[in-house]
Design a protein around this ligand. Structure first.
Ligand code: ASP
Length: 318
């Protein structure tokens, strides 16, 4: 498979904010080619043969790390997973020293997840390989938004003109932020739906409409994107109880009936069944594309790793 002209892309993928329609489309078009090949390695041509990709995860992750690992391996790269707990970070080395040390081993790309917003961008300034943000705090998770967009595009044939409701814990969600940037840039209408305590008014400035009544927010939408309630990022009480939350903001058949009859159900995972989503709708394979999202994750990460590799003119950091 030939690699398209990548001159319009930035050196790193730190977020969706600031990317143009053309840049987003380039990632999606290339990922779609990988998605159509399925898992048949021979068709990929191993464009990263002999290169190294390092996964540097400062925050727990199973699905995202595995997905990046599989993507890099399908491209033919060698993959190193940094066990951060066992690394020199715990011996007092600074974040920046860790990144500079890894950079000196000349990887093709560093895939970084960190609990603090902005930490990945900081590290990217200190290295000359490509850096891919695999999630930084509540800031951005760009490959998640790309895989969500690819899933929507494959099922609906377009992004432009669709209405997407992003529901639940918007305040703590990097998935929501990246999706709002991507979907508004691509011409979709985005609604942020959830309790006042979990939908910051700042999302309006990002182009989303705000709804605090889920029934209103879901009316006639094409896509219902549920978010996990991220209790690990909450200090104090943001809602009275999980039961109460489900009653007002959990997706069940009755609330789903307000969306368009062909509306798709999405969730980035991991799901809190019975809190933000009922199993009955999560497992409705006519409407729920949650498994397809996971599958598209590998295709998107292959495209991102390949397109950000082999770039000429990288500034050498001293
Ligand atoms: N897996 C996604 C993330 O890392 C969503 C979540 O954890 O709720 O942000």
């Amino acid at each position: 498979m030939t690699t398209p002209e990548t001159g319009i892309l930035p050196q790193h993928l730190l977020g969706i904010e600031g990317l143009t329609r053309d840049q987003i489309s380039l990632f999606l078009d290339h990922a779609e080619r990988y998605a159509s090949f399925g898992a048949r390695d021979a068709a990929f041509g191993r464009p990263l043969d002999g290169r190294t990709v390092i996964n540097l995860f400062f925050e727990n992750s199973t699905r995202t790390r595995t997905s990046f690992e599989l993507a890099a391996k399908r491209l033919g790269a060698d993959v190193i997973n940094m066990e951060v707990g066992a690394s020199s970070i715990s011996k007092g080395e600074t974040l920046i020293d860790t990144a500079v040390t890894l950079n000196a081993m000349h990887p093709e790309a560093l895939v970084i997840r960190h609990a603090d917003s902005g930490a990945v961008a900081l590290l990217a300034q200190k290295v000359n390989c490509a850096v891919v943000n695999a999630g930084d705090g509540a800031h951005e998770h760009p490959t998640q938004a790309l895989l969500d967009a690819l899933t929507i595009r494959l099922r609906k044939g377009r992004l432009e003109g669709l209405t997407v409701a992003i529901c639940g814990d918007v305040a703590h969600s990097r998935v929501a932020r990246s999706n709002i940037h991507l979907l508004t840039t691509m011409g979709a209408t985005v609604r942020a739906v959830g309790p006042r305590s979990l939908v910051p008014s700042g999302v309006r400035a990002m182009g989303a409409e705000i709804f605090h009544d889920m029934r209103e927010g879901l009316r006639d939408v094409d896509i219902v994107m549920m978010l996990r309630v991220q209790t690990e990022r909450m200090q104090g009480n943001f809602f009275p109880s999980a039961r109460e939350y489900f009653r007002f903001f959990g997706l069940d058949r009755e609330k789903l009936a307000l969306a368009r009859p062909d509306a798709l159900i999405m969730h980035p995972g991991p799901m809190n069944r019975g809190v933000e989503i009922d199993s009955d709708v999560a497992d409705d394979f006519e409407r729920s594309v949650i498994r397809m999202q996971v599958e598209m994750g590998v295709a998107v990460r292959m495209a991102v790793l390949e397109l950000l590799s082999n770039r000429t003119g990288r500034e050498v950091v001293k």
